[in-house]
Ligand binder design. Sequence first.
Ligand SMILES: Nc1ncnc2c1ncn2[C@@H]1O[C@H](COP(=O)(O)OP(=O)(O)OP(=O)(O)O)[C@@H](O)[C@H]1O
Ligand SMILES: [Mg+2]
Length: 384
Amino acid sequence: MNPIAEIVEHKEVVVCAGSGGVGKTTVAASIALRAALEGKRAAVLTIDPARRLASSLGLKELTNKPTKVNRRKFTSAGLAPAGELHAMMLDTKTTFDEIVMQYAPSREQAERIIANRFYRNISSTLSGTQEYMAMEKLYELYVDGRYDLIVIDTPPTRNALDFLDSPRRLTSFLESRMLRWFLIPYMKAGGGMMRIANVAAATFLRFAKRIVGSEVLLDTAEFFANLEGMYDGFKQRAGEVAALLRSDATSFVVVTSPAAESVNEALFFGARLNESGLPFGALVVNRVHPKYGDGVRLKPRRLAKLAQGGEDARGLATLLAVEESFMRVVRLEEANLDALARKIPRHRWVRVPYLEREAVDFPGLVAVAAQIFAEDGSPHPGGG
Ligand SMILES: Nc1ncnc2c1ncn2[C@@H]1O[C@H](COP(=O)(O)OP(=O)(O)OP(=O)(O)O)[C@@H](O)[C@H]1O
Ligand SMILES: [Mg+2]
């Protein structure tokens, strides 16, 4: 059975990961689309600042709340979904605000944090925040229980491995003892140095103040002081998310292109999943150049002879030269994929050909989904 069809049938959470531009968002949407066709209530949570997904689902824009894809979209593409397809796009800042509201001991404290300038800066720009918020949203949708399957896209990080580290990095940044040790006394002293007993802290702060200015420092100190009492909430939640990701309900789908760089990253990522005890489900090898037969290998001497012949022979020579350069690409891709096959068995793969049009509208998305779920996963000629 197609490994991804199997995942759709049995799992509740699918995480699509891979390096930049390989087709994560498209694959995530295709998986949710398939689930909807199969009668499930499916939601796809996308992180696609380019809004390509919104346009392919025929939605003008996606927001931080799931939007149902209109049934007419399906019927005009000749499909009759037995279930429903919902889509949303992660809004990092809004999600962060919601979490603050949820974990702050009081509404006043939450409002103080949200109004804080330092918070407003980091809540959308701090590295790892987007990934962390994606996990939060996923967990929220999961606990909500309204969906049979939640598919989550991952952000376009250059390095897909960053994604797995993000919750840990963010919590450890917020918990950073050094920040708290220096900044909280500063805040308690009302921004003055006089009452800071700790000499090291006072020296550091005097230095920091010269560099960033006292306003920034006070904002930062105030932010961390306000976070006091919320760390346990953050940590517990991060633990619950980690448990969900490791559970039987979840499956990771790794997406790659046949290019060497992307294949290497998929290999690393697969190994990392293994080490971290996260469930690998399937590999999508996207945008493979189709192989038409084994190519025509003509000796250079015969090709040269053709090129000197009549009009037809010359045309044929040109065609053969083009064919040879195409085959070079195909052979290169196949060599990269052979290396991949030594680590990830081919029965866990789905190959998707390089389609002539991008999945930028609903029919385009339907076309990619059809390729992903073709029975043996390799519908194009010569694929395997
Ligand atoms: N098999 C395919 N054939 C042709 N075009 C494709 C195929 N798969 C994806 N595309 C197109 O390639 C583009 C990039 O795909 P997508 O946005 O899904 O990648 P991504 O991995 O999510 O990128 P990012 O890392 O930037 O988020 C899109 O325009 C999509 O329609
Ligand atoms: Mg994307």
